[in-house]
Write a protein that binds this ligand. Sequence first.
Ligand SMILES: [Zn+2]
Ligand SMILES: [Zn+2]
Length: 431
Amino acid sequence: MPIEKNSPPVPALCPDCDLLLTSIDPPPGHTVRCPRCGRRLHKWKVHSIEKTLAISLTGLLLYIPANFMPLLTFDILGLNSSSSLFDSTLTMFQQGQDAVGIMVILSGFIFPLLILSLLLAVSSGLYFNRPTSWMSRLLRWYHHLAEWAMTDVYLIGVFVTIIKMSHMAEIEFNTGFFCFVGVVLATIAAQSTMDHHLFWSRLESTKTPPLPVDSSAETGAEAGLCLCPTCEKTLPLSPGREQNCPRCGQHLHLRKKDSLSRTWALILTAIILTLPANLLPIMEVEYFGVPDRSTIMDGIIYFFQEGSYGIGAIILTASILVPLFKIVGMILILLTIHFHWPGWLRHKALMFRFIEFIGRWSMLDIFVIALLCALVRFGFLSTINVAPAAFYFTGVVLCTMFAAINFDPRLLWDAGNSSPPKDVPDATTCS
Ligand SMILES: [Zn+2]
Ligand SMILES: [Zn+2]
């Protein structure tokens, strides 16, 4: 369906390819995509503020029992061992892996609490029609933290742990487990019902008049416009002057500063860390006092030998294939920019969005180990401890995630000699 032509056109920029568009306001029930790179620019969401308020409040009510009540109880030969989710986040500290522990406690405990609280604060302010300046700051924090809250990855980790232990122990599901499933569903639902454009436009105290569009310009850079990376407001950029977004306060740049050198440095660090992460043992299982150390690949082979092909494939994908794909994919994109390769830009842009999306799922194995260490504590009979590779593996995950954050996908189109449409196009609208 075409965009209504009666409303005055508001120039907008695609965050991924910098294409200048006349408007990205979709009719109700429709989604807008960039005609050049295919990125989704805006999706209309019904009753976004009310739904976000209700769902984030539900998530917060379930949060305390989900984290502090017992999650699972394992029973081996009449011996019981149970643990709450919070205990499992602390296990890494107890075993001397403080750096891994910090990552687990931030991504599994603190950031999920923060993003639900931030969504509740902003949506309730908008629902009661009391938008204030500090709410913009809260929403900005939400945008920076959203991908670091990994309760969904943690939940898959709980399922992997259950399958891994199901043939060794009797497993009892406790109250914390059901509350945690509720928290994960509420977090996913609250994030997907939140309408980014609606929230930011409602928080804007002074509406700026529509910017004049230079019809000969094809990109924001040519038109002297830049996009705020946080609230996605299109703004005129004054060369040589430090500028902050008037809507959210984010520092503005035409392109992310030192993007290529930072991305290269992080990817090369990830490659170096991949070696100890895969060659050293990541977990130590003690049976009757005899330690048995295993690498990531040993764990995957064990699942396939036991006939748990599905779970083996999940761990293989999350721990080996995803980090490998992220590193190889980012190198291909960086080389495209350096050597000005013109082909397959749309596919490479799609690949970068996929790399951004899958980045956090590599934490799966670390969450599984944290849960196993907390839950399998049967004294002399059997205990599970974390081993040195966990530190290096967490480093690989962090480096590849920060590489994707520091990379500016518009550089791909700047260097690719692509041929965007000559007229300022409308965004593509679809149902
Ligand atoms: Zn685009
Ligand atoms: Zn902004």
